[in-house]
Design a protein around this ligand. Sequence first.
Ligand SMILES: Nc1ncnc2c1ncn2[C@@H]1O[C@H](COP(=O)(O)OP(=O)(O)OP(=O)(O)O)[C@@H](O)[C@H]1O
Length: 281
Amino acid sequence: MSDDHPQMSTTEAIGAAATGGVAEVCGHAAAGDEPGRLLLELDGVAAGYDQALALRDVGFRAHAGERIAILGPNGGGKTTLFRVVLGELAVREGRLALHDEVAVVPQTERSRLDFPVSALDVVLMGTIAHRPWWRGAGREERAKARAALRAVGLEDRADAGFGALSGGQRQRVLVARALVRDSRILLFDEPFTGLDTASSERLQQLIDELAAAGHVLLIATHDVGQARGWDRVLCLNGRQVAFGDPAATLTADTLQATYGHDLLRLGDGDAVAVICDHRHG
Ligand SMILES: Nc1ncnc2c1ncn2[C@@H]1O[C@H](COP(=O)(O)OP(=O)(O)OP(=O)(O)O)[C@@H](O)[C@H]1O
């Protein structure tokens, strides 16, 4: 981390006290980057909007090196969970503990494409949290942003207009923007939506590389088959339905409880199809 953000050595409670839940930012653990390091804990977490709870009973632990699929129907609570982890929504019940910083990779489809910004400019936006708002990006930040673009295979497109890139390239630029924040906890909001096969394979490879480098990745997806290939799966439907190893967790019964009427069972086994709506208002 930069000197502007000294490492936090003591647990710092944030938000939520008035609503009954607890969120803790525990800073960077002294243990370093070893695989399997605990990065994120939730215990009985509930959150919502206005008077209503949108999500409840969420409890799981996430470790360095894990790719965790977040499955759920439209309105199941995936975005709500991300907003809680990002500190945008209060923890109304239970406890959330962050043992590293968090960054989100938003859906590229929701990006504004008409701003005259380059790929490098977009990545540099990720360094703003690490410097005073009034100071422009310096040599150190620019070098870091170029290194992040190199890590996602786009160093040669640094000066290209963000809106002129392909959907897959834009998604990787947004990953680079998350990487310059030095965050070990990465949240991906349906990152494969709208990508062609080649871009999807490239992003899948990048996700594998980030996990191998010691990040934990929470990836909201509607693709049950994809979730089966990752390390853990979290099933949400207004509450936590299940969490665990995909092979043991993704039974037809669990998927039925997760998706309800949005699930089509194919035959007598665990083969299913999920009906989902990718349109967002
Ligand atoms: N800003 C908001 N104000 C009020 N209710 C909201 C708000 N955002 C989400 N909700 C409600 O919270 C519940 C969970 O929504 P959330 O967006 O977390 O689901 P999701 O799993 O991300 O859905 P999708 O797959 O469609 O993106 C839904 O009932 C939704 O209507």
